[in-house]
Design a protein around this ligand. Structure first.
Ligand code: SF4
Ligand code: SF4
Length: 361
């Protein structure tokens, strides 16, 4: 059975207001108290202490395209709030604009996410066009279960192989109990079946160029453990118990937004978790934050510094404070922008840091 957290409209609106308060504090600090309502330093003030008066971009290397919020799962920690009832999907026109953009600016990586991107009706078109036009690296963030959920996705692993896709998949634990707790009953078993399918055609196998990475995120209000240790634990357990191979493990922190924020608030963990993130702030992560070489695009074609800012509706604005659409993409303007930050950014800078490629340092 899928997990779902039920809130009434009033509770959801309070949660949203709380997120937006942080955004407001960060971006309008004129004469304001330099702390949030928990007394914690604003992220912008914290990074200023380490000679980062603001976060600025470096060379654009990754176009992260969110195809929409439709998903076959409803994981309890989902920062996208994705699920089977979501109907937001990127139009064919916007998909083509993303392809044009990658070609025009020779962006080496397209990172495709969702929801479950495979469920998008034009997913295969988008991936095969990106491959045809020579995008160096095509990443698909697959939740694994979709690959064994319906006969129409049966050949997806072969499609990935034929288009040289790098598959990055969430598997929050190598035990069924912990994985199912976070992602829903039966998810672990289906994930193992999908991983076996991927291994069978060469994904993650020694000597193969087909790359299969796994993603770990904590099952509660604590930071991700040390990435290399987790990777060796996963490799041992998955090999010994299921004969499964993979390339790398990415250890991510949960950011306090959407369903994870709901979870924190509902269980009274919010204050402590924020304090944990702030106490673990690591300035060495600042140079490698993913927002510095990535542009994230939402299903409607608007631009963001990262997928998290996308979920908080913190879009990149033009000089008249209007959200920038992909149709108006201007690399020079974007290269000189200030990356928008708020209290959720502490999740990316805590401990060894956290990004879509795992630890930052
Ligand atoms: S975490 Fe991934 S698999 Fe789970 S609901 Fe969100 S998008 Fe779907
Ligand atoms: S959430 Fe992380 S990636 Fe996004 S802007 Fe903040 S620090 Fe950068």
């Amino acid at each position: 059975m899928l997990q779902s957290l039920k809130y009434n409209k009033h509770e959801l609106s309070l949660l949203k207001q709380r997120e937006l308060l942080f955004v407001k504090l960060e971006n309008n600090t004129e004469g304001a108290d330099k702390s949030d309502n928990l007394g914690l330093s604003l992220f912008s003030e914290k990074i200023a202490e380490y000679n980062y008066p603001e976060l600025i971009p470096e060379k654009l290397e990754i176009l992260q395209v969110n195809l929409g919020y439709l998903c076959n799962q409803s994981c309890s920690h989902c920062h996208v709030d994705a699920g089977p009832d979501r109907r937001e999907l990127m139009s064919l026109e916007t998909l083509d604009l993303c392809l044009d953009l990658a070609r025009k600016h020779a962006i080496p990586t397209i990172d495709i996410t969702g929801g479950a991107p495979e469920m998008h009706p034009h997913f295969c078109y988008f991936v095969s066009q990106a491959h045809k036009q020579g995008v160096k690296e095509i990443i698909v963030r697959s939740n694994l279960t979709i690959l064994v959920s319906h006969s129409k996705y049966e050949d997806m692993p072969k499609f990935f192989r034929d288009n040289q896709v790098r598959v990055v998949s969430s598997l929050p634990c190598y035990t069924a109990e912990n994985t199912d707790k976070q992602r829903g009953d039966g998810v672990f078993e289906k994930s193992i079946a999908a991983l076996k399918k991927l291994n069978a055609i060469g994904y993650g196998m020694a000597g193969s160029k087909l790359c299969l990475d796994l993603v770990y995120n904590p099952g509660g209000p604590f930071l991700a453990g040390e990435q290399s240790q987790l990777e060796s634990d996963y490799k041992r357990e998955l090999n010994d118990n299921f004969g499964i191979q993979f390339n790398s493990l990415f250890a991510l922190n949960n950011l306090p937004i959407n369903r994870f924020l709901e979870f924190l608030l509902k269980n009274g963990h919010y204050n402590k978790y924020m304090q944990t993130l702030v106490s673990a702030f690591n300035p060495a992560t600042l140079s490698g934050l993913m927002c510095r070489n990535t542009i994230s695009i939402d299903y409607q074609g608007y631009l963001y510094d990262c997928d998290f800012n996308q979920m908080l509706e913190m879009s990149i604005k033009d000089s008249s404070q209007k959200a920038i659409h992909i149709k108006d993409f201007n690399l020079e303007y974007l290269a000189n922008r200030k990356i928008l930050t708020a209290q959720h950014c502490y999740g990316c800078t805590a401990g060894a840091g956290s990004s879509c490629q795992g630890s930052v340092v």
